[in-house]
Design a protein around this ligand. Structure first.
Ligand code: PNS
Length: 163
């Protein structure tokens, strides 16, 4: 895919917290779009570990790149994408287990906004089995997550769990 001037992607998620896997996908997205808006969902289904403000702040610390903006969003993703002028939704596909949920979401988003295209990216090999929930679980029990998250995130996890 060639880059068109001003092409904007939205990369939505809970980011509870951002991991090296998310950072990798943001970097990969910048290879084919000009700017990425990381869209942090206000309403996540489960009670998040980090508040919305904390999740946004940690992404800003982990991704210091002028072509990346971090914004919170509430309501439908397609409405948020239209507001910021995004033409692409970026999602990561790690394993077969992700596929059904992602496929369902992509088709529903297409149904709601036919011109908004979902692009699935494959993460780096060593980050394929990484998820925020695994990071939270390992950190909760005092395990080493230094290779999996930015140092600012590691510190925030330590503070949260008092480890
Ligand atoms: O990282 P996650 O938790 O898998 O992200 C899911 C997210 C936030 C991208 C998804 O739940 C979402 O887009 N929520 C916004 C509400 C919406 O538009 N729902 C319809 C999508 S089918």
């Amino acid at each position: 895919m060639t880059s068109t001037p001003g092409r904007l992607a939205v990369y939505p998620g809970s980011f509870d917290p951002i991991t090296r896997g998310h950072e990798d996908l943001i970097r990969r997205s910048l290879a084919f779009v000009d700017r990425v808006v990381v869209a942090v969902a206000v309403n996540v289904s489960k009670q998040p570990l980090f508040t919305l403000d904390e999740r946004v702040a940690l992404i800003r610390q982990a991704v210091q790149e002028p072509r990346v903006e971090v914004k919170a969003f509430d309501g439908l993703l397609v409405d948020f994408a239209a507001t910021v002028g995004a033409t692409v939704i970026v999602r990561g596909l790690r394993a077969v287990s992700d596929f059904e949920y992602e496929f369902q979401m992509a088709l529903m988003n297409r149904n709601l906004a036919p011109r908004l295209e979902t692009v699935f990216l494959v993460p780096a090999f060593d980050l394929t089995y990484l998820s925020s929930s695994l990071v939270r679980e390992v950190a909760r029990f005092g395990g080493d997550v230094s290779a999996l998250v930015h140092p600012a995130v590691q510190q925030a996890l330590r503070k949260k769990f008092g480890k």
